[in-house]
Design a protein around this ligand. Structure first.
Ligand code: 13P
Ligand code: SF4
Length: 334
């Protein structure tokens, strides 16, 4: 994917910020940061890949590409930019480095973790493989490089069903999200062996909370991320990845909708859909929220924090990531 930034035009950036208001954000307050980042991107031959959970001041300004975990991995694998700044969490930056080792990958805050990635180690996977010899291991990308290195293939919430089906196995070890795993189990024929990980953001939603939204807002549509518990997914009109949820709103243009996921999604999508009322239960991901315009600027200024992976681990992890990317090759990411 060739990346060429247009020549820097600070006046055009200020004009765009002023004419496309972002909720709760003063254009004048962020203009200098946005211009500084745009200048640094050109100096460093860098792109900013931003997850859909970034705040609107990042998502709608300095992001060269936005997307779900799968789209970000696909974009990272094919970019020819020298530097990738991952506006997302650490496992996303590590996945970018695994997928495209020749690039310099920066994460603006090293503490931007994930409760799922923290729930399992490579040693845990080795124990499971000894317990279930010959059973293929499908690992959510929300994991460390060590865990990916022990896996047969990775998946994201956007392709988990497709990946499990592609293996054609009667039994699959699915790691580490118990809720995504249960949802996948409800969609496939294979028996799924689960781990006990959970997303600290999505596990807090409840079915009762969603039933209350239906009572309070007649005709509301409910769309949910598959990291939510089963009683939440049972209430949903649609279940899908963050990209799937955004596409669903674009296709169905509901009068009112609740996106059962991280807060910033609704903020970002509402900018594009002024005709839709977004009811916003607010569960923030504290890890995603560590990424700010300020630390993106610092990342590019000081080339920090560079993501490095032991080459032997990276080579093994790459097999699992590449296999996922091959299976999902036909999926459109732009
Ligand atoms: P997506 O791949 O659907 O964007 O999900 C990533 C994530 O971390 C959700 O909590
Ligand atoms: Fe991890 Fe959940 Fe945050 Fe996504 S929302 S990065 S799964 S803690």
């Amino acid at each position: 994917m060739p990346t060429t930034h247009a020549p820097l035009d600070p006046h055009a950036i200020r004009a765009r910020l002023a004419t496309r208001p972002l909720p709760g954000i003063e254009a004048a307050a962020i203009a200098d940061s946005v211009i500084a980042i745009e200048r640094l991107k050109r100096e460093r031959d860098a792109i900013v890949l931003a997850h859909n959970y970034m705040t609107p001041d990042i998502y709608h300004t300095v992001a060269d590409f936005t997307g779900d975990s799968l789209a970000l991995a696909q974009l990272a694998a094919t970019t020819d930019a020298r530097v990738i700044v991952m506006a997302g969490v650490h496992f996303m930056a590590e996945t970018a480095k695994i997928a495209n080792p020749a690039r310099t990958v920066l994460i603006p805050d090293l503490e931007a973790g994930c409760s799922l990635a923290a729930s399992i180690t490579g040693a845990d996977v080795r124990r499971l493989k000894a317990q279930y010899p010959g059973v293929p291991v499908v690992t959510y990308v929300n994991t460390s490089a060590d865990v990916k290195a022990e896996s047969d293939v990775c998946c994201t919430s956007g392709n988990a069903v497709e990946i499990v089906n592609a293996l054609g196995s009667d039994r699959v070890i699915f790691l580490p999200d118990q809720y995504l795993g249960r949802w996948v189990a409800s969609q496939v024929r294979a028996q799924i062996i689960l781990w006990h990980g959970a997303c600290e953001v999505h596990e807090r939603f409840t079915g009762a909370e969603l039933r209350a939204y239906r009572q309070q807002h007649a005709g509301i549509r409910i769309i949910a991320h598959p990291e939510c518990p089963p009683d939440v997914l049972a209430e949903a009109d649609y279940v899908g990845s963050t990209k799937g949820m955004i596409d669903w709103v674009g296709q169905h243009r509901p009068r009112s909708v609740v996106m059962v996921t991280e807060c910033s999604m609704s903020d970002n999508v509402a900018v594009e859909h002024p005709g839709t009322e977004f009811v916003r239960p607010c569960n923030l991901c504290p890890h995603m929220k560590r990424i700010t315009l300020d630390n993106i600027r610092l990342a590019l200024e000081h080339m920090q924090h560079e993501v490095t992976i032991d080459p032997a681990v990276a080579a093994r992890a790459r097999r699992a990531v590449d296999r996922m990317l091959e299976i999902s090759a036909s999926r459109k990411v732009a």
